[in-house]
Design a protein around this ligand. Structure first.
Ligand SMILES: C[S@@+](CC[C@H](N)C(=O)[O-])C[C@H]1O[C@@H](n2cnc3c(N)ncnc32)[C@H](O)[C@@H]1O
Length: 219
């Protein structure tokens, strides 16, 4: 078990509270909308965590579609499974696996990565691999939190850095050789490279620029 799995396994309950805070749902709603899903489609969420996006994805593909959530942390998947069971969804499937080498056979209609690319060490390569799973004409969307470049957000920047330090595995260090928000910013930016030159690339920001949503079509 790596640091991230131990961290998210321990904090899955608390994470789910934060993941479903009022307001966060509207970002998730936008991300699901950007995938341009139709009833009957198949959508995969990489690093689905406790399943906070699953209701938005299930709503769009309907009872005839398929939603697959992939995550490598059992504690997070257990929460997601409880959510799926409570809703009685039979077409939402959870897979224990590594999103950097997804145990998924394409083509699928769409892929979502939500608050996850900041955790992978080669985000551009990994996202390119996700694009390869999507059928031509399908879509990919990335939703992430990073530091904001909006001058209005400056007073909140220290708070954001504190949040990242508290929510980045491990939490036991007081000093970091590299502050954890630096690789997060770099990875979130690098993850978008495979999307930027693709058709219908779209980018929007929420929460004064702290939250970024990017999407593109697959050619
Ligand atoms: C911050 S949570 C985001 C969860 C969910 N996508 C959301 O929007 O709330 C990151 C999740 O990604 C998972 N994760 C990180 N790296 C992963 C990998 N390489 N393979 C599978 N899951 C991964 C973690 O286990 C965790 O559940």
């Amino acid at each position: 078990m790596n640091e991230a799995q131990a961290f998210y396994g321990r904090w899955a309950g608390l994470y789910d509270v934060v993941a479903t805070f009022p307001g966060v749902g509207s970002w998730r709603e936008h991300a699901a909308a950007d995938l341009d899903l139709s009833p009957g489609d198949t959508v995969v969420e990489m690093g689905c965590g406790t399943g906070a996006n699953l209701p938005f994805l299930r709503e769009r593909v309907g009872a005839s579609g398929t939603v697959v959530g992939v995550d490598f942390t059992r504690g997070m998947l257990d929460r997601a499974a409880a959510r799926v069971e409570a809703k009685g969804w039979e077409n939402v499937h959870l897979v224990h696996g590594d999103a950097t080498a997804p145990p998924i056979e394409g083509p699928v209609d769409a892929v979502l990565g939500s608050f996850v690319v900041g955790m992978v060490s080669e985000p551009a390569r990994v996202v390119e691999g996700w694009c390869a799973l999507v059928r031509p004409g399908g879509r990919i969307a990335l939703l992430d939190a990073t530091r904001s470049t909006d001058p209005r957000a400056r007073p909140l920047d220290a708070l954001f850095r504190l949040f990242v330090a508290a929510s980045a595995p491990p939490t036991t260090r007081l000093r970091y050789p590299t502050p954890p928000w630096k690789p997060l910013d770099d990875r979130v930016t690098a993850a978008r490279e495979p999307l930027e030159d693709r058709p219908e690339y779209a980018h929007e920001e929420f929460a004064l620029g702290f939250v970024r949503l990017s999407s593109a079509a697959i050619e």
